[in-house]
Design a protein around this ligand. Structure first.
Ligand code: SIN
Ligand code: FE
Length: 291
């Protein structure tokens, strides 16, 4: 079962002691969630209005590009958008500083990707089954193939009503892969090139991306699995943060609003033990290279 390992970080910047770093990296690669109960992202008083649900919003999340210059999904006037960008950008910088310090063994290999703000209440939200993150799944990006790179995410719960964010955590990636791999369809010859030529993907999907997307979909579509899979629940308190490889750890978010999230990509080669990467697990099971 997925473990949650708590680390006593209290600041987003500053050097982190070697023993703590080693424990963090080991637990993370083993498929644990790292929780930071005392790591609070400070929302300024003049930003509190940004946490209210967006009226008439088309997308459930607001997201900032890796360079911090392009904001998507924000409603309201120019001044509000600028303040939103500043708040999300400040979180991105702090999450990056913390990740680089805690995961010092990855050195320059960690790549900053998008940042998101998730203002809406998750419980009771209407979405398609495929986008329904209250169902256990592993992450991957339909339009941005990772070709085996790891997806690492840092979350902060900034709920102004002091309510926790509720997650479900599932079984280890190896178990998941053993269960579903035999049922996953092979990629159709030439399909990755066609999807890319049509602009549906930003780069050609590798076989790895193909299988990860199908794994994501199979898990979410399987109601029996959702009910009976080995799982536990966890509450991340308001004013706390956590970090997890979401391509590896089976997870679902079932309740809560107002979270910030920073995504990083990490090449498998940069890991302490790359054999634990989903890419390597799938390659072992299928006995061939997938990226
Ligand atoms: C997810 O990645 O499935 C959602 C996590 C969250 O918003 O808490
Ligand atoms: Fe997810």
């Amino acid at each position: 079962m997925t473990e949650v390992v708590s680390l006593p970080l209290t600041a987003w910047s500053g050097e982190i002691e070697g023993g703590l770093r080693a424990r963090g990296v080991e637990a993370l690669e083993a498929g644990a969630v790292l929780a930071f109960p005392a790591l609070c992202f400070q929302v300024r008083d003049d930003e509190l209005d940004l946490l209210a649900p967006q009226v008439g919003a088309k997308s459930k999340n607001i997201s900032l590009s890796p360079g911090g210059d392009a904001l998507k999904g924000v409603e309201g006037d120019e001044a509000r958008a600028r303040r939103m960008q500043q708040m999300i950008g400040r979180f991105a910088d702090q999450a990056e500083a913390m990740a680089r310090s805690l995961l010092a063994p990855y050195a320059g290999a960690l790549q900053r990707a998008r940042t998101s703000f998730r203002p809406e209440e998750i419980a009771g939200r209407q979405t398609s089954w495929r986008k329904d993150d209250t169902r256990l799944h592993v992450d991957n990006f339909p339009s941005s193939p990772t070709r085996g790179k790891r997806i690492l995410r840092v979350f902060a719960n900034i709920n102004p009503a002091d309510e926790p964010r509720h997650w479900r955590l599932g079984e280890p990636f190896e178990r998941l892969a053993e269960r579903y791999v035999p049922a996953l369809p092979r990629p159709l010859w030439g399909s990755a090139q066609v999807l890319n030529a049509l602009g549906i993907t930003k780069a050609p999907r590798s076989a790895y991306d193909h299988y990860m997307l199908h794994l994501h979909d199979r898990m979410k579509a399987d109601q029996g699995y959702q009910r009976t899979a080995p799982q536990s629940t966890w509450e991340f308190a308001a004013g706390s943060a956590w970090m997890v490889f979401t391509d590896q750890v089976s997870h679902a978010a079932t309740q809560g609003k107002c979270a910030l999230e920073q995504t990083f990509l990490l090449p498998v080669q940069a890991m302490q033990d790359g054999e634990r990467a989903p890419l390597r697990v799938l390659e072992r099971l299928m006995a061939r290279k997938l990226a």
